[in-house]
Design a protein around this ligand. Structure first.
Ligand SMILES: *Cc1c(COP(=O)(O)O)cnc(C)c1O
Length: 382
């Protein structure tokens, strides 16, 4: 096996495009000079269509969880009643952050592998009118579910004054997002998933309604104070030293997205989802989620008759294919295929082919090529 070739098919970190890798190697610049201002000014308007907002998108140095924490500390203060919709381990992370910051945290627990039904949120908000913020996950990475954010936003705003915070870390940049139109109040993503960068940046946008709450929130906060980022962004700058190399890379990521066309990027992710799911169905490998709720960026497989951990170990050792396992209650029970960011339909064909060989190797009865053929048919008929 080629020592430096990785088939990285996990839902983040994802592969880095060579041109982005090169862009990140640019000579370092001063963070308070004109070059840094030009860089930020150049990036600033181009993030908005990816979020589907006219608002500025704050770029903060930190992993995706820093973005989640930013949302929590900026929109809520101790003892506020909030509702967290938990559809998997990332919803659970929001719960932990809310509890750490002493919020009165209500939870809707949805069975892992299912999407939340907006009616569940509707019923909950009717019973608990003092809830001030609803926290949700767009793509629940741990299960491969895409929650219906548009419909959720609609019930939240019909019934209450609550803000809607959405963790979009594992899908923004790969799926359509209409933050303003849908009525999402805070939308968060990270750099190492669909945005094709290494980990280290988190992105947070807030609606006008959310900014009002943020500005009036007396809770002490410093590094994650969104207002500081907003103030500095007016001068195309940041309150603290930005992760400049990642910004060099981000500039090139935006070039790539614009060259392909964002609507084409979205279609590519949809196609990769359909190819992956058709292949699994053809091979008789059970999928965790329904077609209606499946995310375009990650697919979870729940094997009935083989050991997913043994399978993952085999494909890694023999073919250099890295797949993700399950998290928390799904640990050892599922495996996940990431197909987002710098990943093409051709990469999916390769992944499916290696998956078939892995199944063969662990002794599962499998007709080699059957999954690949199903995926090819989807690709040809798109
Ligand atoms: C990856 C991810 C995060 C952030 O995780 P970090 O390890 O902090 O970058 C948050 N939410 C979701 C849905 C994710 O997939």
């Amino acid at each position: 096996m080629l020592a430096d070739q990785q088939f990285l098919r996990i839902p983040g970190p994802t592969p880095i495009p060579p041109s982005v890798q090169r862009a990140m190697n640019q000579t370092m610049i001063g963070h308070r000079g004109q070059e840094a201002k030009d860089l930020i000014q150049n990036i600033r308007p181009r993030l908005k269509p990816i979020f589907g907002t006219g608002q500025d998108v704050m770029v903060i140095a930190g992993s995706g969880t820093a973005g989640l924490e930013t949302a929590v500390v900026n929109v809520a203060q101790p003892n506020d009643e909030v509702l967290v919709v938990v559809t998997g381990s990332f919803g659970d992370r929001f719960t932990k952050i809310c509890e750490a910051y002493q919020l009165q945290t209500h939870i809707i627990n949805v069975p892992w592998g299912e999407a939340v039904q907006p009616e569940q949120i509707e019923a909950y908000l009717k019973q608990h009118p003092s809830i001030k913020v609803v926290f949700t996950t767009f793509c629940e990475t741990s299960t491969g579910v895409l929650n219906p954010i548009k419909e959720i936003a609609s019930v939240v705003h019909q019934l209450s004054e609550a803000l809607l915070v959405v963790d979009g870390v594992s899908c923004i940049g790969g799926v359509e997002s209409r933050m303003d139109e849908w009525g999402v109040d805070v939308l968060i993503t990270g750099s190492q998933k669909a945005l094709m960068l290494p980990a280290g940046l988190t992105f947070v946008a807030a609606s006008e309604r959310a900014w009002k709450v943020i500005k009036e929130n007396p809770r002490p906060r410093f590094y994650l104070n969104l207002s500081s980022y907003q103030n500095k962004l007016q001068e195309d700058s940041t309150p603290f030293t930005p992760a400049l190399s990642l910004l060099f890379g981000l500039d090139q990521v935006l070039n790539l997205i614009e060259e392909e066309g964002f609507s084409e990027v979205v279609k590519r992710h949809e196609l990769m989802k359909n190819m992956t799911r058709s292949a699994c169905k053809a091979l008789g490998v059970p999928l965790l989620t329904s077609d209606e709720t499946a995310s375009p960026t990650v697919t979870a497989i729940k094997p009935g008759d083989f050991d997913s951990e043994q399978f993952r170990k085999t494909v890694k050792q023999e073919f250099g294919l890295t797949l993700a396992g399950g998290q928390q209650q799904l640990k050892g029970k599922i495996f996940r295929i990431g197909h987002m960011g710098y990943t093409s339909p051709s990469d999916v064909l390769q992944t499916i082919s290696l998956l078939e060989m892995g199944l063969y190797r662990i002794g599962k009865e499998v007709e080699l090529g059957k999954g690949v053929a199903a995926a090819q048919a989807v690709y040809l008929n798109q």
